[in-house]
Design a protein around this ligand. Structure first.
Ligand code: KG4
Ligand code: ZN
Length: 470
């Protein structure tokens, strides 16, 4: 377990939800529990039942009030606990409304990752359950706070692995229920983008964002909080998955996850030596594909008789240099694919929102220095600025959830305190497949995702429906 940053501070508790925000803060799951179980939270001063909200209302999750949005995002005394368990990291952090990070704790499942070569949901769930209480307690201790000092709890509800999301949501509801705190449901990918606003005070909407992680490859135009146009996504694998498999097949040490291991080895290799082809060159859109590049890497490894069972630390110098050449060539082409898509996305974005000034690059893969350097080159051509959060805020963390919680709270998007104990058969509102934005119509191409699993309506469609209702 690593505690990444601790900035002790004395803070005062803002116990009351601002009056302007007490609009219709009912969540879908709360309504379900109230209707199905006829349970009324005894301690919820925020609760009201607008007649228009029913079980199927998409807008029920959010209370959105334009007038409630704070013009200066760094002015209040909010103290928010953020909890993140969507994949393999158990993370918690406490962040103040003025942007001060009071504590940050991440417990990663590095040994499990190394053992299984990827995330096994059941194992990951168990690992989260084992450490979640300790991680949250450590975040409170490092901030020298108790739950009573908190203003609200923010938690990732999707996208991610249901089993894992549930652990975080249960914990968040326990803390919020026991201490009468509002709860803020956070979209994991929105958090990857929005955390950039914590680091870069000048970053205003609209901006373009490239979000690159183990499960996602997204190019989105961020018009406003909760309002995104999806310019591109992956039709198969995300870039982080390609880094992870390349690391595994090259016999690298996976304990810090595959990406950093490939990046490190690539520094020793010749990036021009293996001729991989750039994915989707014939498709003039902003979508991504990394499955084919993965296959190219696997074939290149097989043809050079590289044995992944021999760890890189035991490889001969010739074997090591051959592995380094593959790592460097893979990284170069994987990033060329990003560069090409980003250039097109910037052109599209400048047509839709001519005032954009920034490209935000976030998600685990954005901590890669080569990725940053190449994308910096791209944005310079268009006189834009690259904004990358520091590496420990690019990979999954609790700070991004707490900060996105703060921004959503100010916009009135939160739920009242849950009951102290959820009933045993309580239906948690988890959104394993939850798009961030609506697809840009002009950017549609024939190369579409083959994934057909049920998808939750996008965050943007929910927010827009809620805005129309007002
Ligand atoms: O955002 P993240 O922490 O978790 C997800 O939401 O998926 O991203 C994890 C991904 C992993 O695939 C990991 O290998 C990759 O980010 N990653 C990197 C680097 N650091 C993390 N990929 C390339 N270079 C890095 N330095
Ligand atoms: Zn992530």
């Amino acid at each position: 377990m690593s505690s990444l940053l601790t900035l002790p501070s004395t803070v005062s508790r803002l116990k009351l939800v601002p009056k302007a925000l007490v609009a219709i803060p009912l969540s879908l799951n709360l309504i379900k529990s109230l209707e199905q179980k006829r349970i009324r939270p005894s301690n919820s001063p925020l609760l009201s039942f607008p007649p228009s909200l029913g079980l199927n209302s998409l807008t029920a999750h959010f209370s959105t009030s334009r007038s409630a949005v704070t013009p200066d995002p760094f002015h209040d005394n909010l103290v928010v606990l953020g909890i993140e368990t969507s994949c393999d990291d158990t993370a918690a952090a406490i962040v103040k409304g003025n942007g001060e990070i009071l504590s940050q704790v991440v417990s990663s499942q590095a040994d499990l990752l190394a053992q299984y070569g990827g995330v096994a949901p059941k194992m990951a769930e168990e690992a989260h359950s084992q450490v979640i209480d300790q991680v949250v307690q450590e975040a409170l201790d490092k901030a020298s706070l108790t739950e009573k000092d908190l203003s609200a709890v923010a938690v990732t509800i999707g996208p991610g692995l249901s089993l894992c999301l549930r652990v975080g949501v249960q914990k968040a509801r326990r803390v919020a229920g026991n201490f009468n705190l509002p709860i803020i449901s956070v979209h994991h990918m929105e958090a990857h983008a929005i955390v950039a606003r914590l680091m870069e005070k000048e970053l205003q909407f609209p901006f373009l964002a490239l979000l690159i992680s183990g499960g996602h490859n997204l190019l989105v135009l961020a018009h406003d909080l909760g309002q995104y146009t999806q310019l591109g996504t992956t039709i198969d694998d995300a870039i982080g998955e390609a880094f992870d498999k390349t690391a595994k097949w090259l016999g690298l040490d996976l304990r810090k996850s595959g990406g950093p291991a490939v990046e490190q080895l690539a520094r020793e290799g010749d990036a021009e030596s293996v001729k991989f082809s750039i994915p989707m060159k014939q498709h003039k859109d902003c979508n991504f594909s990394y499955a084919g590049l993965k296959t190219q890497v696997r074939l290149a490894i097989a043809s050079r008789n590289i044995d992944a069972k021999i760890p890189i630390s035991c490889a001969s110098s010739q074997d090591r240099s051959s592995r380094a050449d593959i790592a460097a060539s893979f990284q170069r082409v994987a990033v060329l694919h990003l560069e090409e898509r980003c250039e097109r996305a910037i052109e599209w974005a400048l047509k839709i929102e001519p005032s954009i000034k920034h490209l935000v690059v976030s998600g685990g893969v954005a901590s890669n220095q080569y990725v940053r350097a190449r994308l910096d080159h791209v944005v310079n051509k268009y006189s834009l600025r690259l904004v990358c959060p520091p590496p420990n805020l690019c990979t999954d963390n609790g700070v991004m959830i707490a900060w996105t919680g703060i921004e959503n709270f100010r916009a009135g998007r939160y739920d009242p305190p849950p009951p102290a104990n959820d009933p045993e058969d309580f239906m948690y509102d988890l959104r394993p497949r939850w798009p961030l934005g609506e697809e840009y119509a002009e950017g549609r191409s024939e190369a579409r995702s083959l994934r057909t699993a049920r998808v939750h309506p996008s965050l943007t469609s929910i927010v827009q429906a809620s805005l129309k209702q007002q």
